[in-house]
Design a protein around this ligand. Structure first.
Ligand SMILES: [Fe+2]
Length: 302
């Protein structure tokens, strides 16, 4: 299949699966994960609990790290309905990161012309029934799956599924990474069931969502920037500023590399000048992980 599933140029035309060898190295075993959770800095945790209505619209509760030790926190995730994200794996778990970067180079080599200039990673530990809502990342992504089974739905990167106005808002941190979603999109998804030892990548910016398939899951989500993604993100930021001042900028998919580069350069100055303040709400924590309670979400302890 050679259909491009995105309106943006780039070497990755559709979602693709690649093998990796990170599980053979023991990174996803309970003992390694419990020790990691014990030592990981509390400020690098995101703990989310997602609920969905009949229309597939999401609501989010956020949790505090709480006081469970690593083994108990692991148990709460394995029993509950939690999504736990450990940011900055590149510094938080350098051994995993070094191994993952070696794997990344192989994925990169599978796409002639793909050249990452910056990589970052998050380790995601999620409950058997956790689901991640429809969103996009303003970066390339390689999702290294280490444990459990998950189903990834990847949608076309066209204006209907990925409106640029929403992309601008996300890139300019005026909202969290949420896009308008409707169940009617489901017929348009490329659906991939991911097994341990497989990594999935998809076209830059492609919207996606994830359903765990009744097993505790561990994945390393690696995001990367290329020069083209930097230019486009900068152009989206500049467009967000122009729009906030009453302009109606051209969409970036109408722009060539030269114009994207100019808008990226403009974005650097605009950011330095603080042209747009982040409007991302500081989430009030609503629970903390607990073993043996519904969803693994207990009351906050004072
Ligand atoms: Fe994502």
């Amino acid at each position: 299949m050679t259909d491009r599933r995105t309106r943006y140029p780039g070497p990755i035309a559709e979602a693709g699966v690649h093998p990796h060898s990170l599980i053979a190295q023991g990174f996803a075993e309970d003992s390694a994960l419990a020790a990691l959770l014990d030592r990981y800095p509390a400020e690098l945790f995101d703990i989310n609990l997602y609920d969905y209505d009949d229309e597939g619209q999401v609501s989010l509760r956020t949790g505090a790290r709480g006081r469970l030790d690593g083994g108990q926190l692991l148990e709460a995730i394995q029993q509950g309905r939690l999504w736990v994200n450990l940011r900055n794996v590149e510094t938080g778990w350098p051994e995993l990161w070094a191994a993952a970067m070696a794997e990344f180079r192989q994925v990169e080599a599978a796409y002639p012309g793909l050249k990452a200039v910056k990589n970052a990673g998050q380790l995601i530990l999620s409950s058997p029934k956790a689901r991640v809502p429809y969103h996009f990342d303003a970066a390339g992504v390689v999702l290294f799956h280490l444990r459990g089974r998950k189903r990834i739905f990847v949608y076309p990167g066209d204006e209907a599924h990925l409106p640029e106005r929403n992309m601008e808002q996300v890139v300019a941190r005026q909202t969290t990474e949420e896009l308008p979603y409707t169940l009617a999109f489901e017929g348009d998804a490329q659906v991939v069931d991911l097994e341990p030892g497989q990594a999935l990548t998809w076209p830059l910016y492609a919207p996606h969502r994830v359903e765990n398939l009744d097993r505790f899951c561990v994945s390393l989500s690696m995001d990367f920037q290329t020069w083209p993604s930097r230019f486009r993100n900068g152009a989206l930021y500049t467009n967000a500023v122009l729009r906030s001042r009453g302009g109606s900028p051209r969409q970036t998919d109408q722009m060539g590399q030269g114009e994207l580069a100019l808008r990226w350069a403009a974005s650097l100055g605009l950011k330095r000048a603080g042209a747009l303040k982040s409007r991302i709400a500081h989430f009030e924590r609503q629970f903390e992980p607990e073993v043996g309670v519904m969803d693994g979400a207990g009351a906050l302890k004072a």
